[in-house]
Write a protein that binds this ligand. Sequence first.
Ligand SMILES: Nc1nc2c(ncn2[C@@H]2O[C@H](COP(=O)(O)OP(=O)(O)OP(=O)(O)O)[C@@H](O)[C@H]2O)c(=O)[nH]1
Ligand SMILES: [Mg+2]
Length: 250
Amino acid sequence: MTRSSLPVVVVPCHNEAGRLDVARFRELAETQCVRLLFVDDGSRDDTTNVLRRLDAVAGIDILTLPRNVGKAEAIRHGLLHALEDGAQTLGYFDADLATPPSELLRMLALLEERADLSFVLASRVALLGRRIRRRAWRHYLGRVFATLASVFLRIPVYDTQCGAKVFLVTPALRHALATPFRSSWVFDVELIGRLLRGSARVAPVPLAQFEEMPLREWRDVGGSRLGPGGMARAAVDLLVVGYRMNRRSP
Ligand SMILES: Nc1nc2c(ncn2[C@@H]2O[C@H](COP(=O)(O)OP(=O)(O)OP(=O)(O)O)[C@@H](O)[C@H]2O)c(=O)[nH]1
Ligand SMILES: [Mg+2]
């Protein structure tokens, strides 16, 4: 694979100085299987300086936003930036490495191997033999959220919220990224909904082109930005997004 045709994976960062594992991200870029685009979303801590240490690494780019626009918008900016650069495969990946880099590589490999796929979602399914370490209350809240998301999207998806997704550039994707998402925490649901719906001019992505990849490993990482306020906001956003999605497509 040539360098310019490498997948570009956006890593949103807001005040991540304390969590960013520079060494592991450097190792990931050094595999030369992926380019990483860190989006520094108006951080007020030392994130900008930490990211400077990564800027010199081949395969790592930094996009600095002057003010905090939230996770969804930061990811959208990053994806649009990569689209302008001609990337053919894109993705996004949480900075806390809750999903290990090896799993991101496995997702990219699956997308490359399977010509019938255009969207791969990481899924946190706790099974024997897998190491999915999630606090019980987060798991159960997450299950309620994910079940509602599945009902609103009208597809049997298990986990819309895991922060690791990779996808091919299609007209439907360009269309899905053309306007801001309504919600900063529920944008994954909006993105999938937009792709499945397409538009008057753009064909939707068929459901058969989506695949959930059960992770072998995932762990809750401390320092989450999603506190009780954010969770309440996410729940309200999900109801609003779900209502609007279904109002438009009865
Ligand atoms: N750009 C941007 N990214 C954010 C913002 N808040 C969180 N993030 C990023 O979103 C990713 C996930 O953040 P976490 O705080 O771990 O939230 P989460 O993974 O959704 O929730 P947990 O399951 O609690 O870990 C990280 O890469 C954060 O830097 C924000 O305001 N702007
Ligand atoms: Mg996290």
